[in-house]
Design a binder for this molecule. Structure first.
Ligand SMILES: CC(=O)N[C@H]1[C@@H](OP(=O)(O)OP(=O)(O)OC[C@H]2O[C@@H](n3ccc(=O)[nH]c3=O)[C@H](O)[C@@H]2O)O[C@H](CO)[C@@H](O)[C@@H]1O[C@H](C)C(=O)N[C@@H](C)C(=O)N[C@H](CCC(=O)O)C(=O)O
Ligand SMILES: Nc1ncnc2c1ncn2[C@@H]1O[C@H](COP(=O)(O)OP(=O)(O)OP(=O)(O)O)[C@@H](O)[C@H]1O
Ligand SMILES: N[C@H](CCC[C@H](N)C(=O)O)C(=O)O
Ligand SMILES: [Mg+2]
Length: 487
């Protein structure tokens, strides 16, 4: 049990009814999960309003209510606290509840449209190699040093974040690398966290269903930098046209990285092959197993971060050369007949273009590139025709299929992708709703030396339709099918 007034420390209160000098059990923002003596935080969400469930929370045992508007009828013995913003209150309360764990380690946030999982996961790997105890909060998993936890979000809610940071404190973790999504910033899941540094990877089309405009999406990402403390570092990619925007209002120490512009950290691609690329970083050569122009940026961001956190440069380069690809990011299998199957989490236009560009630069003859791709349901619709067109333009054959249709009709999503394909590429397109069948067809169509790209789901091990998730693993399916076809 903890004192409510201690948990509320730093929260901006606008009215209080009852006492805050009372003990509460846990903080909870979902009435369905309230237990006896909890404090319930009512949040206005995207689908419903938590204020509607205040009474239900009390019936289940909530002792205190945090809300943006006090209810008309108040129950005796219950403490009601009105706050300016429930999301902010929840984040600060979550941090207080767990003893402000972000202050006891060096927390680095990574934001940007693409590359967050890659950069955070590789920083985690690198700092482990350097002998530190490390934490990771990523799309794929949460790591408390060597202990793995499952996650549901790229940036989980404030309670989940702080709970795991607190476990990291218990385990003696010194550095934690976390993905900071635009949803996470907008819903204030990261408020109240003390960052040692923040990294910006890039900004391109995504989530325009949620953010309404590109400017709003960009400005949301910028908040991570605006809120950094003075002693923190702000590291940005200035080859991206929004790179400098991130630094405009930060009081942190500013650093830049780039391949094409003058910057504090610079790299050059010397060689690019299927099994790796050679980079020149700070006059030293670095061989990395991760390929593609975009991974040169990721590598450089990691190198710069390691330097800013005090690691020795030459040692960092050695460790960087040992790092392996992250699951579902350019993960490949080469079959008997030298058909290459690549599984990649490219689910944005820019990522799809980058991956296909990388594949095309690696082609040595007239091998065909066969792309299997879909777009998520209940997510940004405007990226569908754009991704459809990129796939059509940059591949020899394309199979449009389903990628987590959620509550939407898979065939409708495919039609929207097809609508973007330029007329001269329409004859390359097939539509096969069933993703397994789509992958099988790609394997059947592939001849020796061809390249199959299965894009959009990467590490995911499910297909989600109407709220139900069934097991589905692109990499497993494509390798098994190629083997069974004896190709
Ligand atoms: C659109 C979105 O981001 N929604 C997130 C949001 O839920 P919401 O605002 O829709 O909540 P709501 O259903 O309207 O409910 C409002 C409030 O009423 C409460 N409630 C509701 C019902 C009830 O009976 N009782 C009750 O108390 C809810 O607990 C909530 O507090 O807050 C929830 C709690 O934190 C999140 O789980 C949920 O993520 C949903 C599941 C989601 O799919 N989010 C994705 C889009 C997302 O966040 N993705 C990002 C970025 C991806 C990337 O680019 O990497 C991520 O960080 O994962
Ligand atoms: N620096 C980069 N620039 C552009 N594209 C990238 C970059 N890094 C990775 N990608 C592409 O984007 C895909 C997703 O990469 P990653 O998972 O690292 O991004 P993310 O930002 O974590 O995505 P999410 O928003 O889903 O969490 C990769 O599979 C690859 O195709
Ligand atoms: N982080 C991304 C994941 C998309 C992955 C794709 N497979 C899908 O389900 O749409 C998002 O929330 O938009
Ligand atoms: Mg991610």
């Amino acid at each position: 049990m903890k004192l409510l007034k201690d948990i509320l420390f730093g929260v901006s209160l606008t009215a209080v009814s009852g006492t805050t000098n009372c003990s509460v059990n846990a903080v909870c923002f979902d009435s369905r999960k309230v237990r006896i003596d909890d404090v319930f935080v009512a949040i206005k969400g995207t689908l419903t309003d938590g204020h509607k469930y205040i009474r239900k929370a009390i019936d289940l045992g909530a002792k205190a209510i945090i809300c943006e508007q006090l209810p008309k009828e108040m129950v005796n013995e219950i403490t009601y606290v009105e706050v300016a913003n429930s999301n902010s209150a929840l984040a600060i309360m979550a941090s207080n509840y767990h003893g402000n764990p972000s202050k006891n380690l060096k927390l680095i946030g990574v934001t940007g449209t693409n590359g967050k999982t890659t950069v955070t996961s590789l920083l985690y790997q690198l700092f482990k190699k350097a002998g530190f105890k490390v934490g990771l909060l990523s799309t794929i998993k949460i790591m408390v040093d060597s202990t793995e936890y499952k996650t549901t979000h790229t940036t989980p809610d404030a309670l989940v974040i702080n709970k795991h940071l607190s476990l990291m404190n218990d385990a003696g973790v010194e550095f934690c690398f976390m993905e900071v999504s635009s949803h996470g910033i907008h819903q204030k899941r990261t408020e109240g966290l003390v960052f040692e540094g923040a990294i910006f990877t890039n900004l391109s089309h995504d989530h325009l269903d949620y953010h309404k405009s590109f400017a709003e999406y960009r400005d949301t990402k910028k908040i991570l930098f605006d809120n950094l403390p003075k002693k923190a570092f702000a590291l940005t990619n200035i080859d991206d046209k929004n790179g400098l925007v991130m630094l405009q209002n930060t009081s942190a120490k500013k650093y830049t990285y780039a391949l094409n512009n003058y910057a504090d950290y610079r790299a050059q691609i010397l060689e690019n092959q299927f099994n790796g690329q050679l980079l020149k970083v700070d006059d030293n050569e670095l061989w990395t197993k991760l390929i593609g122009h975009f991974n040169a940026y990721n590598m450089l961001a990691i190198y710069a971060t390691a330097d800013l956190l005090g690691l020795e440069k030459l040692e960092t380069l050695r460790w960087l050369s040992e790092l392996d690809n992250v699951d579902g990011r350019f993960q490949y299998y080469i079959s008997k007949q030298k058909i290459t199957a690549i599984v990649d989490y490219a689910h944005t236009p820019d990522a799809l273009k980058n991956v296909l560009e990388t594949i095309n630069t690696l082609r040595t003859g007239n091998e065909n590139v066969i792309t299997v791709v879909g777009c998520g349901g209940d997510r940004d619709r405007s990226k569908r025709p754009v991704m459809g067109n990129i796939a059509g333009e940059m591949s020899n054959k394309v199979i449009f299929t389903s990628d987590n249709p959620r509550t939407e009709s898979p065939s409708e999503i495919i039609l929207q992708m097809e609508a973007g394909v330029a007329p001269q590429h329409v004859n390359k397109i097939l539509a096969i709703e069933n993703r397994e069948q789509a992958i099988k067809t790609a394997c059947q169509l592939a001849a020796a030396n061809d390249i199959i790209l299965v894009a959009g789901k990467g590490h995911e091990t499910y297909q989600e339709t109407n709220g139900k998730r069934v097991d589905f693993d692109d990499f497993k399916i494509v390798t098994e099918v190629l083997q069974s076809l004896n190709k």
